[in-house]
Ligand binder design. Structure first.
Ligand code: GLY
Ligand code: MN
Ligand code: MN
Length: 436
């Protein structure tokens, strides 16, 4: 992503904040795994969105209208010994030269410098509750100033939720962001294809997961979330992550895995036969989910509401459950009663972006949000029939199916970012038959 893209976002935010405000954002903390080992570092999405700065122990400060510079970064100082152990640091100089800050200081000096920056501002834009230790420091800086108020010191009067503005900005993806999301999606498509090529009776769920993660990593990506690989009835556990079992002949396998590339997530689910051929029961259930998914994607159009894709999916799923003998009665009544929920118990999608479950409100007041160009969402209906489910016809018990794609709302037709991956039962069978 170009520096100018980050600068544009900061400008937009500062325009909304007004000149008497200050925004403060901390970088994500390093998280310890155990002893001397840390989890792989991932920058906080809001912090990344505004700075592109990838290091921990950093704080970004935005000061709209400040003559000496509006964008300040506090960052780790250069340190030859620490850099020998842990890797290079940008340092304050690099923060200005390589990341476009107007000014940058060592993070160790923040207690001395930040109160002076807060002093002339009335409103503090800050996201409370995300990093409790940092919350305390921000409150400490403001209280320190308030204690001096009697000496005529101007102090901030108001804390304002920064995430409110920022998350609405993040909901509308720019052309550059959509381009980044297409690339993340393309890697995920190849990864799923690799898993389809490898799948066979006796291959384990973790081997398919490894195949997928290998493809992410060899393209400079990481997993946007822990891959889910569920053979047979494991597909009915929505967040199944053990990925520990061998795949069985005659079963389906559900794979929900997505690559994060350059901070942008993708999120794909495909469900396919381990041996390459659907049974007639599997195909019947699959076709219901697929029809529901296609109907939902069709609703991802500007001017429609957030809930329209879900409503479309529910309609097709309920009709399908009646046709296949799960339910009987009038479809409209069954929908009203939520009769489908026993087998389709989750929503049809979520916003997608820097986070896999991305930020952005789903409702404005009481009304579902209107879909607009630049919004990206997943469309992922499913049907999950537990092995012991007596309310389901026997032949469907133990089958779990989800089909998930990433969809960008445009001025015209929905753009399916993950559309290159085979999806219809016929196309999946053809793909698997053609494996060498
Ligand atoms: N992989 C998480 C989800 O589909 O929501
Ligand atoms: Mn999803
Ligand atoms: Mn998913």
């Amino acid at each position: 992503m170009k520096l100018s893209e980050f600068a544009k976002r900061r400008c937009q935010l500062m325009r909304m904040m007004g000149r008497d405000a200050i925004a403060i954002l901390p970088a994500a903390p390093v998280r310890k795994r155990n002893a001397d080992t840390e989890y792989p570092y991932r920058q906080d999405s809001d912090f990344h969105f505004l700075t592109g700065f990838p290091e921990p122990e950093a704080v970004a400060v935005l000061l709209p209208g400040r003559a000496e510079g509006e964008v300040i970064l506090f960052v780790r100082d250069r340190d030859p010994t620490r850099e020998m152990w842990d890797g290079l640091r940008a340092g304050p100089e690099g923060a200005v030269e390589r990341y476009g800050a107007d000014d940058a200081f060592p993070i160790a000096d923040i207690d001395d410098i930040l109160p002076g920056l807060l002093e002339s501002r009335s409103r503090v834009y800050y996201t409370m509750g995300l990093h409790p230790e940092f919350d305390q420091r921000v409150i400490g800086w403001v209280n320190g100033l308030r204690a001096q108020a009697k000496q005529g010191m101007h102090t901030p009067q108001e804390f304002v939720a920064l995430d409110h503005l920022l998350h609405d900005m993040r909901l509308y993806k720019s052309r550059e962001e959509i381009a980044a999301m297409r690339q993340a999606a393309a890697v995920s498509v190849t990864a799923h294809e690799r898993a389809m090529r490898l799948a066979a009776p006796g291959v384990t769920e973790y081997q398919l997961a490894a195949e997928i993660v290998h493809e992410f990593h060899r393209n400079r990506g990481v997993s946007a979330y822990e891959p889910i690989v569920g053979g047979g009835a494991n597909a009915c556990i929505l967040h199944y992550r053990e990925n520990a079992q061998p795949l069985r002949d005659g079963d389906l396998v559900l794979i929900d895995a997505g690559c994060e590339l350059d901070y942008y997530a993708s999120d794909i689910t495909r469900t396919f036969p381990v041996n390459g051929r659907f049974t007639s029961a599997q195909r019947a259930l699959y076709d219901v989910v697929l029809e529901a998914q296609l109907a939902a994607i069709e609703q991802c159009r500007q001017g429609n509401h957030w809930n329209d894709p879900h409503d479309a999916a529910v309609r097709v799923i309920t009709q399908g459950l009646v046709s296949l003998g799960f339910l009987s009665g009038k479809v409209s009544k069954l929908i009203k009663e939520g009769a489908y929920r026993e087998w389709f118990m989750h929503r049809t999608g979520h916003w997608l972006g820097l986070d896999v479950h991305d930020v952005g409100d789903y409702k404005v007041g009481d009304a579902w949000r209107v879909l607009e160009p630049g919004m990206v969402l997943t469309v992922e209906p499913g049907l999950y029939v537990k092995p012991g489910c007596r309310r389901a016809p026997k032949e469907f018990r133990g089958i779990g199916i989800r089909i998930e794609d990433d969809v960008a709302v445009t001025r015209s037709s929905p753009e399916v970012l993950t559309g290159a991956l085979v999806k219809s039962a016929d196309d999946i069978e053809r793909f698997m038959a053609a494996r060498s």
